[in-house]
Design a protein. Structure first.
Length: 79
């Protein structure tokens, strides 16, 4: 419910700024918004998130996962 309210407020704000012909403010807000999004993505630690899953398959062997064959990645032969 909070997300829908937040989206509605942003949409009404955008419509109001377009109605008042304040495109310079819209341009600045869009630039700041895209910059904030890029910073969030840059700071996201995506490399370590895959170690927290319960998936037993190794994500590095995408060819085996995609074709459905058994993965042999990381299997060392016994000595």
């Amino acid at each position: 419910m909070f997300t829908i309210l937040w989206t509605a407020v942003l949409a009404l704000g955008t419509i109001f700024l377009i109605y008042k012909e304040m495109t310079a403010v819209l341009y600045i807000l869009a630039t700041v918004g895209v910059t904030a999004l890029l910073i969030v993505v840059a700071l996201a630690d995506l490399a370590h998130s895959e170690t927290l899953t319960n998936d037993s398959r190794r994500s590095g062997d995408s060819a085996a996962i995609g074709s459905g064959i058994t993965s042999t990645m990381g299997n060392n032969p016994p000595r």
